[in-house]
Every structure is written in structure tokens, then in C-alpha cells.
Design a protein around this ligand. Structure first.
Ligand SMILES: *[C@@H]1O[C@H](CO)[C@@H](O)[C@H](O)[C@H]1NC(C)=O
Ligand SMILES: *[C@@H]1O[C@H](CO)[C@@H](O)[C@H](O)[C@H]1NC(C)=O
Length: 171
């Protein structure tokens, strides 16, 4: 019984701290986003992306800060970067996209040009351009995702353990 209680306590502690970390990191992200927005979003989870079409480089693309919210049916900020054989920027395109357009993140050789695309989740997250395959990734905002995906299971196991713990104490 002693050992069992210890184990339960240990499990409870681990789950609780995991859960707290998830909640805290989510809160931090949301606070961050709210701070960046400084105004009410047009719909829940509203965000902006740097947006440009065929700019000559990252700098020219980012010269104008984003001023419009992404459409409701988009979820991510996308960056398309074309480089010449010397690895210099030739063209930069950034926009709001849906998940479908993010699955092809990576780098591809197109004749003399290298094209790298990346996607990120979060307000104005597409500030940089990807130069190689290490940077050409689809990065989702893990704290928000983790809470939505993992939390129900965690909460369920937490409740089961609490119930188990209480029954053992009060029976
Ligand atoms: C892209 O431009 C922004 C400024 O507009 C800069 O902060 C960032 O470092 C640049 N990133 C790359 C990879 O060129
Ligand atoms: C990718 O580019 C970044 C910055 O330009 C550099 O720090 C990193 O080492 C590069 N990675 C590879 C695998 O070339």
C-alpha cells in the first residue's frame, strides 16, 4: 500500500507538472499573440503573415509590415524562396495558406535554381526566408497543438488516478 501510494503520488506529480507546463506555455503564447495584436482580432485565432509576391529578396518582402488579417480558411504563414546557383535570392513570396500548401515544405532543385519553402504557425511568424533544408520546414506552434491534442488524455488519466487515490483513502 505504501509503495502503491508513492507510485500514485509520483505519477500524479509527473502528470500535473506536464499539464501545468502545457497550460503555462499555452498561456504564454496567447499572451504573446494578444500583445502583438494590440487590437481585437476579426475572428478567434486571427493572425497576420508577411505577404509579398515575387519580391527580389527577404528584405524587400518584409519592408511593409503586414496590415491585414489572414483569411479565416488559412492557418499558417508560408514562405517560398528561390535562389540562384550562387545561393543568392532571386525571388521571395510570402502569404497566408491552408495546411495543404504546407505539406511540401523543403528544398528542391529546379534547373539552375534552388527553391526552398517553409510554413510556420503564429502571428507574423514568416519573417525569415529558408536558405537550406534545415530551415525549410513546416513548424507548427507546438504549445497550442500539444494542449489540444494531449490534454484530454492527460486529464482523463489524472481523473482516474485521483479517483483511485481517493477510493483507497476513504474506503
Ligand atoms: C529577413 O528579414 C528580416 C527583417 O526584415 C530579418 O530580421 C531576418 O533576419 C531576415 N532573415 C533572413 C533569413 O534573411
Ligand atoms: C542552413 O543555413 C543556416 C543559416 O543560413 C546555417 O546556419 C546552417 O548551418 C545551414 N545548414 C545547412 C545544413 O547547410
Amino acid at each position: 500500500m505504501e509503495a502503491c501510494l508513492k507510485l500514485t503520488g509520483l505519477l500524479l506529480g509527473t502528470l500535473l507538472s506536464d499539464w501545468l507546463t502545457a497550460v503555462l506555455s499555452r498561456d504564454f503564447t496567447l499572451a504573446d499573440i494578444v500583445q502583438l495584436h494590440l487590437s481585437a482580432t476579426p475572428h478567434p485565432g486571427g493572425f497576420k503573415c508577411f505577404t509579398c509576391e515575387d519580391a527580389e529578396d527577404n528584405y524587400s518582402c518584409n519592408r511593409w509590415a503586414p496590415d491585414k488579417y489572414c483569411p479565416r480558411d488559412t492557418e499558417f504563414c508560408y514562405t517560398h524562396h528561390r535562389m540562384n546557383g550562387d545561393g543568392e535570392s532571386v525571388s521571395v513570396t510570402k502569404r497566408c495558406v491552408s495546411r495543404d500548401e504546407c505539406v511540401s515544405a523543403g528544398c528542391m532543385q529546379h534547373e539552375a535554381h534552388m527553391v526552398c519553402t517553409s510554413c510556420c504557425e503564429g502571428n507574423i511568424c514568416n519573417l525569415p526566408v529558408p536558405w537550406n533544408k534545415t530551415e525549410a520546414i513546416f513548424s507548427t506552434n507546438s504549445p497550442l497543438n500539444r494542449v489540444i491534442r494531449v490534454s484530454p488524455g492527460k486529464v482523463a488519466s489524472l481523473s482516474i488516478i485521483i479517483i483511485f487515490f481517493m477510493r483507497n483513502n476513504f474506503d
